[in-house]
Ligand binder design. Structure first.
Ligand code: ADP
Ligand code: MG
Length: 686
């Protein structure tokens, strides 16, 4: 048989279509996938003890001869398997529940190795439902897999057990491990004290010690990060070499003119970001930059500077927003900054029931702000020299490509993506390594930090009273956010918000309470927000769909229900929707879960008011999956590497740099190049 690492697991002995489909569920398709399906912990069955010395409470392995094995029916009618195992020192009873088939597999006289916990059963010591394996006669025996050692435990799914996986993984290691080529150059392995790949793969499954397992894991984590970083680095290089954009330089005098006409002074982070962008635009290498800043940090004006440069160079700009409300908000801001002052036309392009008339193409460049409609109507629009995408994770890769690809003659527009999602440094360096980053760390002056309190269940009623009083006295508005129970807006969530809505209407009467959730039609949503904006609603009860970046100037209070279900940075983003003016604002975190971990985690928000810092905390406390909706952000596929390991990330980064300084296009490392092209781990592409 032709052995290949890329062979499908389905055709391995004892796998077949049913097990293959279970493996598929956990992401395993090929022999190599199976080989690198890593355990998440080990059971320590390495203590082998004579039977006479067993102590209740111990986790041990014993080896002996089976005296008998039979089914037994208890007083309560439960059926179980009873057996007795004997060695030179004595004998012990074994019980297995729900495994009646064992009487068919095992028989008296077999030599067994048995691992599990010793417990009392009445007056007697027993081994209860231990793992077992039959030891073959000397000479023909294999190493034990399930007993007498550190035994790997894998992420399981219904029908896919660790025991079964162990057997199949041991099989593929035996048959296929020698085919694995180590793509990591020897000098990097030596410099970073990494074991070779074959050894690491073997050891992560069947280590002798936990230290060996840790070293193997580190090697595999290193590889994962290394591949990801190298790939984004190579991609950046490729872009720079092959793609071209129009150079749109802006003189210092004109930039000065633009800045001096703004209705406010830029923060130093804003000035820096503006300079980054103007510099990028001045070159014929296409810009691929991400502007990160909390809600309210003032990203739009930074983008406007780029649009100004495009205009001065006779090019059109586009701003793509995820919702109609945000598109309208951006258009308003841009009109203020660019239309009123510099007479640059801003067109709003919307879809749905709002009929938008597309302005005829002219030779005078303009700015087009819109929703998806910008994409569907792209043909009727002029070419763009500069595109800005707000909250780009809300758009698919293909959608974003639409705007870019209408450009002619291999000239692509410069691109700026904007996001309020804080990105921890490690992720910026890895998954986003191909993108340049500008960060607005601080909010414009004059904003007061939002007072944040974690509110325990006992204080709930008092809190409602306080809110009522505060809203009346200061003539303000409030949001009450109910958690998203599922990944997406489900009926259960909607029901939770709807029930809560009915309850709160009573509590807050005579104040008016409105409702907003993701299952409402676009027009109904807009209507609910318009009522809030026009002050016809005092309190809006909603699911977390409250539009990113929505600007309700008089909203000063936000309440979060079941706050423990949210990540810290998600909470921080919600918090950004209040406190848009100089009035004192409040963020109340309700929770019924009063365990110290939960309370302490939430309390971080009382003192930390910085998005990236909270994102780092999230990453430490809950891992990367929590922080990003994984797939859409393109950091899915990390099986091993922990992005919270800043030291490892820095080390890998050094390794990548050392390698590419010497051999920029990896001509001496064909395996590595192949590996990069095959890698399943996605990186952000704009
Ligand atoms: P976001 O980063 O959430 O997109 P916006 O660009 O919508 O923020 O800006 C939020 C508000 O702050 C807008 O009303 C904008 O005009 C204002 N703003 C932006 N920069 C400054 C500044 N440097 N000083 C004062 N106000 C500012
Ligand atoms: Mg915004």
């Amino acid at each position: 048989m032709d052995l290949q690492l890329s062979s499908l697991v389905q055709f391995l002995p004892r796998v077949g279509p049913r097990m293959a489909s279970l493996l598929h569920k956990v992401g395993v398709e090929t022999v190599y996938n199976l080989m690198t399906y890593v355990p998440f912990r080990y059971k320590d069955y390495s203590l082998v003890s004579p039977i006479a010395r067993l102590q209740p409470g111990e986790t041990v392995t014993v080896v002996g001869e089976l005296e008998y094995i039979r089914t037994f029916i208890t007083k309560h009618g439960k059926r179980l398997v009873m057996a007795r195992l004997r060695d030179d020192s004595g004998a012990i009873d074994i019980t297995w529940f729900n495994q009646l088939y064992l009487t068919k597999i095992l028989s008296a006289g077999d030599t067994l190795s048995v691992s599990g916990n010793v417990a009392w059963f009445g007056q007697k010591k027993v081994l209860s439902s231990p793992e077992y394996e039959v030891l073959r006669a000397a000479g023909e025996g294999k190493d034990s897999l399930h007993t007498g050692r550190l035994v790997p435990v894998y992420p399981e799914t219904e029908g896919l057990s660790s025991k079964w996986l162990r057997g199949r993984i041991a099989f593929v290691l035996e048959q296929y491990l020698s085919l694995v080529e180590d793509p990591l150059p020897g000098q990097i392995r030596a410099a970073h004290h990494l074991p070779d790949l074959r050894k690491a793969i073997q050891t992560i499954h069947f280590p002798d010690t936990l230290d060996d397992a840790a070293a193997a894991r580190e090697r595999l984590a290193f590889d994962e990060l290394f591949t990801l970083m190298l790939r984004s680095q190579q991609q950046k290089r490729l872009w720079k070499q092959t793609l071209k954009a129009h150079a749109m330089p802006l003189s210092a005098a004109l930039l000065e003119e633009f800045i001096s006409r703004l209705p406010f002074t830029l923060t130093s982070d804003q000035s820096k970001a503006v300079n980054d962008i103007i510099t990028d635009l001045g070159s014929s290498t296409p810009m691929n930059r991400l502007l990160e800043g909390d809600v309210g940090a003032g990203k739009t004006v930074v983008a406007a500077a780029g649009m100004f440069a495009a205009f001065m160079n006779q090019h059109n700009s586009a701003l793509l927003a995820p919702t109609q409300i945000l598109a309208e908000q951006h258009a308003k801001t841009l009109r203020l900054i660019l239309e009123d002052t510099f007479h640059i036309q801003v067109h709003l392009i919307l879809g749905g029931s709002k009929k938008t008339t597309i302005p005829p193409k002219t030779t005078v460049p303009a700015i087009y702000v819109g929703t998806h409609a910008l994409l569907t109507k792209a043909e009727k629009l002029p070419d763009f020299g500069f595109i800005v995408i707000d909250e780009q994770q809300r758009f698919g890769v293909a959608q974003r490509a639409t705007l870019r690809d209408q450009a002619k003659e291999d000239i692509v527009p410069h691109q700026l993506a904007m996001t309020a999602t804080p990105i921890p440094r490690t992720i910026a360096q890895t998954a986003f390594g191909n993108i340049d980053l500008s960060v607005l760390h601080s909010l414009p002056k004059g904003r007061i930090p939002i007072k944040t309190w974690v509110v325990a269940a006992a204080k709930r009623d008092a809190a409602y009273e306080w809110i009522k009083k505060e809203l009346r006295e200061t003539n303000s508005q409030a949001f009450i956010v109910c958690p998203l129970i599922d990944q997406s807006e489900t009926l259960t969530t909607v029901k939770a918000a709807t029930t809560e809505f009915a309850r709160l209407k009573k509590i807050f009467s005579p104040l008016t309470v409105g409702l907003l959730h993701g299952r409402m039609k676009a027009d109904e949503k807009t209507d609910a927000l318009t009522r809030l904006h026009d002050r016809k609603t005092d309190i809006l009860v909603s699911t977390p769909v409250v539009e990113v970046g929505i600007d309700i100037p008089e909203a000063t209070i936000m309440v979060i229900e079941a706050a423990e279900r949210f990540g810290l940075s998600q909470l921080h983003q919600l918090r950004g929707r209040v406190g848009r003016r100089e009035k004192p604002s409040y963020f109340l975190l309700f929770t019924e879960n009063e365990t110290p971990e939960v309370i302490n985690r939430l309390k971080a928000l009382e003192t930390v008011h910085n998005g990236p810092e909270l994102a780092e905390l999230d990453l430490k406390l809950r891992g990367p999956g929590e922080l990003f909706g994984t797939r859409q952000h393109g950091i899915a596929g990390f099986a091993i590497a922990t992005l919270s390991d800043t030291e490892l990330v820095a080390e890998v980064q050094r390794a990548v740099r050392d390698l590419t300084d010497k051999d920029p296009d990896l001509s001496q490392f064909p395996h590595l190049r192949e590996r990069i092209n095959e890698s399943k781990i996605e990186i952000i592409q704009s």
